[in-house]
Write a new protein. Structure first.
Length: 100
């Protein structure tokens, strides 16, 4: 629905799928579908669907995919989480990071 918390992220996911399809690269199409269907949509449903779960907090873990990507994950959580929820950022380094 336009104006919902999830609308910007769903529009970005749609754009990624369309661009990957137009790229003509099967591996990119496959990867985009895997990420959107396997990661993005389940997380959006978990955070935004009023009837699925009530939660008090969201934890944003560290992923070894670069600082900007981790910052974007925090912004996504702030956008998607219920207004009453606390967003915790867990960026404890473990020593084997290659991209942080």
């Amino acid at each position: 629905q336009p104006g919902s918390r999830a609308a910007p992220l769903l529009e970005a996911a749609q754009h990624a799928l369309l661009c990957s399809r137009e790229s003509g690269r099967p591996s990119l199409i496959s990867y985009a579908c895997k990420v959107v269907a396997g990661t993005t949509l389940p997380r959006v449903l978990e955070l935004c669907h009023d009837g699925l779960s009530q939660y008090e907090a969201v934890v944003v873990p560290y992923h070894d995919n670069g600082l900007c990507a981790n910052l974007l994950q925090v912004l996504d959580a702030l956008l998607l989480a219920r207004s009453e929820a606390i967003v915790f950022v867990d960026w404890r380094r473990r020593g084997g990071e290659g991209h942080f």
